[in-house]
Design a protein around this ligand. Structure first.
Ligand code: LLP
Length: 427
């Protein structure tokens, strides 16, 4: 499942002792396994071999250039949602014809840049957006390929913040409106509607929601075929869940087994946009224990990483396994119950609540597992904390893929020309 394992009581990433990385690079530190990353991509590719889908890795999950490069090198395309991600995709050497672009709020600048770059298509999320893309394409004299993102109104049974395919969510276009758009496609002179797209949510551990959404969309494709509308692509989005705790998500093979027959029926080229499935278990966050604090009713392990480094527990109440870098045999009665917290000035700054852990002491290191997806990519400088370094390990090789930020990074874009004296009366 992943390549972070104990050998002789030390946690390793592939052939490298994580403790050595923590000492060499300092903490908080993100550590990624190249093998886990690429294995997960290949698992999906192999499972769907029969239909040779274009697998567009979802950049938002982890947008480090080295991660993107590693996947592009294996044949992945990229799913982007902003001009910044498009910029990264280009820097990582992804061919434009393997880039798809979603987002409910694409700006004119982002749209024009992507058109000029020649991306495969936009996943369009509303009629006003479609009208705008057409207007921009016309102005620069281009014809643009798009897919309509359908909101199939399916319950994905995941956290409500990462549910995207219900009609109460801001994403996608309902079937009726989509049908209207398709039958009036000639009104959009500079647009060619090439396909349909769905993405119903993230960390979905059951197959039923996927099947329900794909079945709805396949029926829709049949219906519009009857009206003489033929498409080329079906993009089934991302969302495949992974194991954080006791989840039992479907494997790539099981997923393929269930969904392939329906996909094959369409005869369309299939695109998928996995993020978490590929990178989630390929990364850990390492933090150092600063203090153990006991109050009359609680014990806190205070570490040097915080919600600015990893916001998932604070934002979604997400569970991440926490392991010491040095394991010791601990009798059950020696185990303690701790809140593992960061240094940030908010009570929401925690990695775990009431977690049963072996005894730890100041200076020990802890690994927060399965943080490869939506870890660093959602990190911030809150509390003026420089962002963590990132290293990628392949067998016994170590690559720094992002240097630790310094204090100068914090103020890089700030201007000190402001002088309160020029702003009216003082005192
Ligand atoms: N495609 C689209 C259009 C998306 O919006 C997303 C994720 C994906 C693909 C990739 O989904 P995945 O395969 O990674 O589930 N920050 C949250 C997850 C937000 C997901 C946003 N969209 C978290 O930490 O759980």
């Amino acid at each position: 499942m992943h390549d972070f394992k104990y050998k002789r009581n030390c946690l390793y990433c592939e052939d490298v002792r994580v403790l050595d990385l923590a000492r060499r690079f300092g903490t908080p530190l993100y550590v990624y396994s190249y093998k886990t990353l690429t294995d997960h991509f290949l698992k999906l590719k192999t499972a769907f071999e029969e239909i040779r889908p274009l697998i567009c890795y979802s950049v938002k999950a982890n947008s480090n250039l080295a991660i993107l490069k590693a996947l592009v090198d294996k044949g992945a395309g990229l799913d982007v949602v902003s001009g910044g991600e498009l910029f990264r995709a280009k820097k990582a050497g992804c061919p434009a014809k393997k880039i798809v672009y979603a987002s409910v709020g694409k700006t004119d600048y982002e749209i024009e840049t992507a058109i000029k770059m020649g991306i495969l298509f936009f996943n369009v999320e509303s009629l006003p957006e479609l009208t705008n893309i057409n207007r921009i394409a016309k102005r620069i004299n281009r014809t643009v390929n798009i897919a309509i993102r359908i909101n199939p109104d399916v319950e994905p049974k995941t956290h409500k913040f990462i549910t995207t395919g219900k009609l109460t969510n801001k994403f996608g276009i309902d079937f009726k409106t989509a049908e209207d758009i398709l039958s009036k496609s000639k009104d959009f002179s500079n647009i060619s509607i090439k396909g349909l797209h769905i993405h119903i949510g993230s960390q979905i551990t059951e197959s039923a929601p996927f099947i329900a959404a794909v079945t709805k969309i396949v029926n829709f494709i049949e219906k519009i075929k009857g009206k003489g509308i033929n498409l080329e692509y079906l993009n089934i989005g991302g969302g495949l869940g992974i194991i954080y705790d006791k989840e039992t998500p479907q494997t790539a093979k099981e997923f393929a087994g269930k969904i392939l027959p329906t996909l094959k029926k369409t005869g369309l080229k299939i695109i998928m946009e996995p993020g978490r499935f590929i990178v989630g278990n390929a990364g850990i966050l390492v933090a150092r224990v600063l203090y153990i604090k006991s109050t009359p009713i609680k014990k806190f392990i205070i570490v040097d990483g915080g919600m600015n480094d990893l916001i998932r527990p604070s934002l979604y109440g997400a569970y991440h396994t926490i392991l010491p870098l040095l394991a010791s045999k601990t009798k059950p009665q020696a185990m303690g119950k701790y809140d593992v917290v960061g240094p940030i000035c908010e009570s929401g700054d925690f990695f775990a609540k009431d977690r049963v852990l072996p005894p730890v002491k100041e200076g020990d290191f802890l690994a927060i597992m399965s943080t490869g997806a939506y870890g660093f990519s959602m990190s911030s400088n809150y509390n003026s904390r420089p962002r963590a370094a990132e290293v990628l390990v392949s067998r016994n090789k170590i690559f720094t893929i992002r240097k630790r930020e310094g204090y100068n990074n914090l103020i890089y874009n700030e201007l000190t020309s402001f002088n309160p004296a020029f702003c009216g009366m003082r005192g």
